[in-house]
Design a protein. Sequence first.
Length: 207
Amino acid sequence: MPIGSSPVTLLIGSGNRDKAAELERMLDSSAWIIKTLRDYPSVAEPEETESTFDGNALLKARYYGAQFGVACVADDSGIEVEALGGAPGVYSARYAGDLCTYEDNNRKLLAALNDMPLAKRRARFVCCAAFVDTDGIEHVEFGTVDGIVAREPRGSNGFGYDPIFVPSGFEQTFGELNPLVKASVSHRGEAFAKMSEWLSARAGSQA
């Protein structure tokens, strides 16, 4: 898609409003006109059938971009717990079932770890950000953050597993941290900082 001298629309392909709002902030300086699914007619969400974060991220970006004929960026992310062999991984959003809530997932993960000591509660968040343009250009970026799973939920900021994840170097969970601090160290913050830089360079190269 030729960008020319005018900004071009970039759709955030996520039906999760919490995530979409976070990504809007992260992409604010990317030199594109950022839109979310709220700006378009309602469509069914794609089934996430891939076994990797990049596979699912690209699947979503391709799907929503094709639905509306625009460039699209999407992500797939999750938490990998060492003691659980990397689970829930790509199944993080639906760990407790297809219609589960954030709280359902957190309860299931805490129950799976039960009384394990902190030394055995090591985990990491992984995010893959994927971009797909209408001319077939595709690009992915990754971000990770190491930490541990807390013994109980703490904090009301963020979403998903944020209240039970303590990033390395901090005593607070993501749910307790200031959102700007979280964005500076989070898996999604890292992946989309790289993506925003790449998007701005792409816009500049085609101006």
